[in-house]
Design a binder for this molecule. Structure first.
Ligand SMILES: [Zn+2]
Length: 100
């Protein structure tokens, strides 16, 4: 399983959405107003985080779809957050990624 290939396989829809939003952010940024620059930076980081999150979720789903049986036979699963291998009885997240 080639994880970098999955991570680079961001959907065209997301890339299109990113380009559109960055264009708006650039229009806002061109006005050189510090508040607007903050909004631009905020948009960029929100989009970046959303792309990361969606990519991670897609990668998890693809890997589970492709390898669920093999993983189950080994009595392991993958952490939903970081894809680290975990024992089935540990649930959906590794120790480091347990939600509060
Ligand atoms: Zn984890």
């Amino acid at each position: 399983m080639n994880i970098p290939a999955y991570i680079s396989a961001i959907s065209e829809r997301l890339v299109g959405e990113l380009a559109f939003t960055l264009k708006i952010a650039d229009l806002i940024g061109n006005q050189k107003n510090s508040l607007q620059l903050k909004i631009q930076e905020r948009l960029r980081s929100e989009i970046h985080e959303r792309l990361r999150s969606e990519t991670r979720e897609k990668t998890y789903k693809k890997m589970m779809l492709a390898h669920r049986d093999a993983l189950t036979n080994l009595n392991i699963s993958l952490c939903k957050e970081c894809l680290y291998p975990i024992k089935l009885e540990e649930g959906e997240y590794c120790n480091r990624c347990q939600p509060e």
